[in-house]
Design a binder for this molecule. Structure first.
Ligand code: CMP
Length: 379
């Protein structure tokens, strides 16, 4: 049960066994979607009382399920965070920890759920559950990574946009204030026109009436289109480079650079390259956790990982491998391994590992030697 929970709650962890992870992930994702669906349907004005109580009951059930998940995440935080210090406090203070808490508000404050009914504030809390999806939608961390990477250029683009917006709104205020004193009553009033125009939305609720106002409005629209394209361009290139970084392909040359395979002939290296699966791990993310069942071993192509062993953690870099001990002993992971920086790995799953070891006794001997040395070092 504990293993199932660890595997299930460690959504993105590559080392966690597949089936528990899939089952627990599916359960949580279905609960999130149900929570949002129920909260949305509950706002329908002509819903009859029967359905309303069904939805209220379902929302409570879902919130209860989220409460169990929350307790499990707190209890297992040290394992899920790869034994990082103060893991529980970190989780409780993290954005996702806050979202997990908000999602269970309907049961920790029964007055909200049962008294006022779902239709009001509780509905918003249920909607907040949508943010829990951040753990499971791999594209969301990608968006955050791109935003972080391009933060400086995005900020510069947004600042220019802001300067032009304020300047254009101020000019429009002076051009239109006599013709439409109510609509362009002040520069802050004119800012609404500026935002709607430069955003190329154009609700049409505030429009210039004077000739000069319209001429200037036309120019602002064109400038707005050009300025809005800049952040879009920055994001597009950011996404392209981030995706290229993550979806690298396993080349013959990459496999040949691994010292363990360097002495093999070309056709064998090509055969091994077909078995290895590329894997990108962002910095500070656990790749395998101590005590977990094992399903693969990993070769480091780029980056650095830390093996959390006492008293001094060991760092491994390009060309080195890890995760072999549990495959050889057919036991559990002997240590937690975390990517220190963005790391590219090649994963060899347990079935292919066994086949490879049978076909290449020399490789098996070399891997066993390293595993034994590592075990001896740890006493
Ligand atoms: P495994 O037990 O499958 O998972 C944890 C991995 O950490 C382990 O395999 C080794 O690959 C690696 N490891 C354990 N001890 C050491 C060590 N002393 N030096 C380097 N790597 C180690």
């Amino acid at each position: 049960m504990r293993d199932f929970l660890i595997a299930g709650l460690s959504a993105g962890a590559s080392g966690a066994p597949r089936w528990p992870r899939l089952i627990a992930t599916s359960l949580i994702v279905v609960a999130i979607l149900a929570s949002v669906l129920v909260a949305s349907l509950d706002t329908l004005p002509d819903l009859n009382l029967g359905w309303r109580s069904v939805f209220d009951f379902a929302a409570m059930g879902i919130a209860f399920f989220f409460a169990l998940e929350y307790v499990a995440r707190i209890a297992l935080a040290p394992i899920l965070a790869a034994q990082r210090p103060r893991a529980r406090v970190r989780y409780l203070l993290s954005f996702l920890g806050f979202v997990d808490l908000v999602a269970i508000v309907p049961i920790i404050t029964p007055a909200l759920a049962l008294g006022a009914g779902l239709r009001d504030e509780t509905m918003l809390f249920a909607m907040a559950a949508l943010f829990k999806l951040a753990r499971y939608v791999t594209a969301l961390p990608l968006i955050v990574a791109v935003m972080r990477q391009e933060a400086r250029s995005l900020l510069a683009a947004l600042l220019s946009l802001l300067v032009v917006l304020v300047f254009a709104s101020a000019i429009m205020y002076f051009l239109e204030r006599h013709a439409q004193p109510q609509v362009f009553a002040s520069i802050p009033h004119a800012l609404w026109w500026g935002i709607v125009t430069m955003g190329t939305v154009g609700y049409g609720d505030v429009v210039p009436m004077t000739g000069w106002g319209r001429l200037f409005g036309g120019i602002v629209i064109l400038v707005g289109v050009a300025l809005f394209a800049v952040p879009a361009g920055i994001l597009a290139t950011g996404f392209a480079s981030e995706i290229r970084k993550r979806d690298f392909i396993v080349t013959w040359q990459a496999v040949a650079r691994v010292p363990l395979f360097a002495d093999l002939d070309a056709s064998r290296i090509a055969a091994i390259a077909r078995l290895l699966k590329p894997q990108f791990v962002p910095g500070q993310q656990a790749i395998i956790r101590r005590g977990e069942p094992a399903d693969a071993m990993f070769f480091i192509m780029e980056g650095e990982v830390e093996v959390d062993i006492k008293p001094n953690p060991v760092h491994l870099g390009p060309g080195q491998f890890f995760g072999e001990i549990a495959l050889i002993t057919e036991g559990r992971r002997s240590a937690t391994v975390t990517a220190i920086e963005e790391t590219r790995l090649l994963a060899l799953d347990v079935v292919d590992f066994k086949r490879l070891m049978k076909e290449h006794p020399d490789l098996e001997a070399a891997i066993r030697r390293v595993a034994e040395e590592r075990l001896q070092q740890r006493g």
